[in-house]
Ligand binder design. Structure first.
Ligand code: PCP
Length: 392
């Protein structure tokens, strides 16, 4: 079948790096049974913040293993290091190292890619303000990952996703407009009318207007033909795009002077958080983002054993010993402390701090109730709002 791993393969550790399997073999043959504290940190993140994501996927793998798992809340926005430059350990595993040796690779895979997609979605959310943003990126990645990509695109702030399986997992209707192929097969007017005639009425009527003729002319034509038109989509090919914002502004103007102020402008093709603000100010209020979301830079976490049998032992470049993670209830600043240290107030704003390291698994038993996807997304949006309010 396809060159993909089944859930069972992942659970059996078959997607791990061989050197972990060999390490497990050596430790077992040598009867080495050491209780360790292993932390996951990402000191160099590619942006001013990252969204920690993928925890629940990692737990599906670790549940039942004789280990304890600690973690900050999934969806937490963090800066990689705290104000003292100490890398923030987003997760930590405590237990006999051989109980989880072979799972380091898949755990990292889950959180590195999930955090990359959720972070990009959050950055796009900021860029799109109150406009609609849809995840259209699954066509750029292996189909086995479509539900994963769409889950974290939604968690990071997208309003909807295009994959049928992805939508099912977030318990929403899949979102989309119409492809060029429909226009090529039926012709523009017939395609718009057939879509309106056949597709259920709760699907917004967004006419694709860049297939053959000028976008302005075709937008007006679509508005005149479909009385219940909700929007027009511009996916103008790069060879004709020129200044896309200028085209959007012109279409907006021409629709408005003819009384079609309610017809939204939807854009797609080569979008990311750098170009979106200009298109938003030109009048676009819907964005379909593909490659830059599904092919988002990963957040490169690493797992490091920092304590063996209670003794600090971190390798070069890492900070030894078990740590605590606190968060300020007021400014949301994350602070990393040595396990024996205490602080009363936030070193940034003086606000009250709270423990922000939650025990998720105890001897492999799940002792934490995960929020559902909408609660996770709401948590991300609340933090983005706090960031916006604080001008960060
Ligand atoms: C693409 C399709 C995707 C968009 C663009 C993603 O348009 O609509 O949603 O683009 P990105 O990866 O550059 O962000 P087409 O390739 O024209 O496909 P279609 O005719 O199916 O809309």
């Amino acid at each position: 079948m396809f060159f993909t791993a089944k859930d069972d393969d992942i659970k059996k550790g078959l997607t791990t790096d061989i050197y972990f399997k060999r390490t497990e073999e050596i430790l077992l043959k040598k009867n080495v049974s050491k209780n360790v504290w292993a932390e996951f940190t990402a000191s160099d993140i590619p942006y001013e913040f990252a969204v920690f994501a993928g925890l629940e996927e990692a737990v599906k793998l670790l549940e039942g293993k004789e280990i304890d798992l600690w973690s900050i809340k999934e969806g937490t926005i963090f800066k990689g290091t705290d104000l003292n430059g100490i890398p923030i350990p987003v997760m930590a595993i405590e237990g006999n190292y051989v109980n989880f040796t072979i799972y380091e690779t898949p755990i990292l895979g889950f959180i590195c890619q999930a955090s990359g997609i959720a972070t990009k979605a959050a950055r796009l959310r900021i860029a799109c303000k109150d406009a609609i943003i849809l995840s259209f990126g699954i066509r750029r990645m292996h189909p086995a990952l479509a539900p994963f990509i769409d889950y974290f695109a939604y968690m990071g702030g997208c309003d909807g996703v295009s994959s049928i399986k992805g939508a099912e997992i977030i318990k929403k209707e899949p979102k989309g407009t119409m492809p060029h192929s429909l226009i090529v097969l039926l012709g523009e007017e017939n395609a718009w009318k057939s879509f309106d005639e056949i597709i259920s009425q709760d699907v917004p009527r967004i006419a694709l207007i860049d297939t053959y003729e000028d976008e302005k002319v075709t937008a007006i034509k679509a508005a005149e033909i479909l009385k219940n038109l909700d929007g027009v989509r511009l996916d103008t090919p790069s060879s004709r795009r020129g200044n896309f914002a200028k085209i959007v502004r012109e279409v907006r103007w021409e629709l408005d002077i003819r009384g079609y102020r309610n017809v939204k402008i939807f854009v797609s093709g080569g979008l990311d958080e750098e170009i979106i603000p200009e298109l938003y100010s030109a009048g676009a209020r819907g964005f379909g983002v593909g490659t830059s979301l599904s092919n988002a830079k990963t957040i490169d976490y690493a797992m490091d054993i920092v304590e063996v049998e209670g003794k600090p032992c971190a390798k070069k470049g890492k900070f030894g010993g078990k740590k605590k993670v606190l968060r300020c209830k007021n400014c949301l600043e994350l602070v990393v402390l040595k396990k024996e240290d205490k602080i009363s107030n936030c070193p940034v704003c003086g606000g009250e701090t709270e423990n922000f390291y939650f025990k998720i698994l105890e001897k492999g038993k799940l002792i934490y109730k995960f929020p559902d996807i909408d609660e996770k997304r709401k948590y991300v949006l609340e933090q983005l709002e706090r960031l916006r309010e604080s001008g960060n």
